[in-house]
Write a protein that binds this ligand. Structure first.
Ligand code: AMP
Length: 281
């Protein structure tokens, strides 16, 4: 693998520029393959999306937005989109390859993460979100399935399908139930603070293995979110400092949630997060 990622050339990319390797996974709208750009030998993940699917679900604008946002972002904890091309039936996204796969799989394998792992991932996410917010991007769909790990265990936010680039308050209902902030459940206007709420949900899920407001039915989850019905089962591996951070993020009033800056200064993060962001055991 060469150091330099494939650069956009004068000519357009095409499938002939790549050697296709093993399938890496299957998403809602297509498949992802390991691939190598022939000239540079640079290894990438090639996401193949069928145009028919995009047309069927009228997702043309959403995909275009996802691609534009992701191309404009360049941060060690945000999955790079190097470029794209298409043929008559398919769209191909040239993505940074993440050897470690989904964080979700890691979480399911072990049940829960150590405080060192959890704090390292939360710090990486916080830095990535601070960068996105600076660029006026709210992700709104951060969940373990959208978090990938590279060969050093560094976290990468992927899938900008639900994100928006805006300076205004938003009013669209979206995202995944368990990770929704109260203002989104209520379909109220929301802003960057929805991502701060999600950091609290993820921190809990990393440490306990399940999201905090999980319930039998969707309406029960909604009710628990609205009440901020938060409880901490007794687990010896979860410290009081971790619970303090979670409680200060899962706050109904979005203006009172801990800021991204304050998360980075929180004693639990300072004590546990690996400053390099790498997390290989
Ligand atoms: P997606 O269509 O983005 O949901 O991707 C489907 C699956 O492919 C994911 O669940 C991952 O396991 C895998 N995958 C997607 N993107 C990458 C990537 N950049 N590097 C490695 N694996 C990936």
């Amino acid at each position: 693998m060469r150091e330099e990622p494939p650069q956009k050339q004068q000519k357009q990319w095409s499938l002939d520029d790549f050697e296709i390797g093993k399938p890496l996974g299957r998403g809602k709208f297509g498949r992802v393959y390991l691939a190598r750009e022939i000239k540079s030998k640079y290894v990438v993940a090639l996401k193949v999306i069928f145009k028919a699917q995009i047309e069927k679900y009228r997702l043309h604008h959403q995909l275009k937005r996802e691609m534009e946002i992701q191309t404009s972002l360049c941060h060690p904890n945000v999955l790079r989109l190097y470029g794209w091309f298409h043929d008559s039936e398919r769209i191909f996204l040239i993505l940074e390859y993440c050897y470690g796969g989904e964080l979700y799989r890691e979480l399911r394998k072990t049940g829960y993460l150590t405080e060192k792992q959890a704090a390292t991932y939360i710090a990486s996410l916080t830095q990535a979100l601070a960068y996105c917010h600076e660029k006026h991007v709210i992700h709104r769909d951060i969940k373990p399935e959208n978090l990938l790990l590279d060969h050093e265990g560094r976290l990468k936010i992927a899938d900008f399908g639900w994100s928006v680039q805006s300076t205004n308050k938003r009013r669209t209902m979206c995202g995944t139930l368990d990770y929704l902030a109260p203002e989104m459940v209520e379909n109220k206007a929301h802003d960057y603070a929805v991502d701060n709420w999600t950091l609290g949900i993820l921190c809990y899920e990393f440490l306990y293995g399940v999201p905090p407001f999980e319930a039998e039915s969707q309406s029960d989850t909604f009710k628990r979110i609205m009440k901020v019905d938060l409880s901490f089962p007794s687990k010896p591996h979860v410290s009081a400092e971790a619970k303090n951070l979670i409680s200060r993020l899962l706050v109904k009033d979005s203006s009172k949630r801990l800021s991204l800056q304050k998360i980075m200064e929180h004693p639990w993060i300072i004590k546990n997060a690996n400053p390099t962001g790498t997390c290989n055991k």
